[in-house]
Design a protein around this ligand. Sequence first.
Ligand SMILES: O=P(O)(O)OC[C@H]1O[C@H](OP(=O)(O)OP(=O)(O)O)[C@H](O)[C@@H]1O
Ligand SMILES: O=c1cc[nH]c(=O)[nH]1
Ligand SMILES: [Mg+2]
Length: 233
Amino acid sequence: MPGTTVEKKKDRLASPSSISNQLGGVTVINHPLIQVHLTKLRDKTTQPSLFRASVKRLATLMVYEATKDLKVLDTVVETPLTETSGVALSQRVGLVPILRAGLGMIDPVLDLLPMAEVWHLGLYRDEETAQPIRYYDKLPPQNPVDVAIILDPMLATGGSAMAALMTLREWGVKQAKVVSLIASQEGVDAVASQFPEAQIYVAQVDPTLNDRKFIVPGLGDAGDRIFNTVDHS
Ligand SMILES: O=P(O)(O)OC[C@H]1O[C@H](OP(=O)(O)OP(=O)(O)O)[C@H](O)[C@@H]1O
Ligand SMILES: O=c1cc[nH]c(=O)[nH]1
Ligand SMILES: [Mg+2]
């Protein structure tokens, strides 16, 4: 039966169960829409415009979940008819896209959090060693945000996320979140052990890294696919 095949495939793609933890840890956000858009990203025939749109859709869905513990305070507003109670965010939120690929996630997240500050960090992986190389950092020396949300579609070895978390720790950020679309098991384990207080949100954890430290099955090079800089030689 066709239905049986679909069910089997669904089982095979199922994510590990969500371990939500406000004190740190990994949350795998499992939702049918997330899995549908993630499948578009994985498909090697997906062209850059749909790839970018899918990254944005996923960023929206994931940040909705990743901001569930933001704090609000009571406020009062006047509707056209009467006064009523409401809430306003009571925390300074910083969005930290990791250049380049993290830029693909910033616009939809800023739409949801229009009052957020955006602090860019430039990191790229050395092609030989896969170690993160820092090339842009303009964080101020003091007055850290209350909550920082690192945005980067890929968490492979975890080296880039850990470098960003270290920078935020030095800035004095007390609560840091990492929102990535795909992580490797090795990468989330490394980040969770080095930064147990960090809250990591991913759409899927893939089993392995290849010898070039790319996530398998993964989606290839996220930055190249977002910015259409895939090497065609
Ligand atoms: O977990 P890691 O092993 O550190 O790998 C993940 C990093 O690699 C990619 O960036 P890349 O270095 O390709 O830079 P780019 O975004 O400029 O393409 C990705 O966007 C992450 O930042
Ligand atoms: O699989 C990977 C690993 C690092 N960076 C990517 O864009 N993809
Ligand atoms: Mg890249």
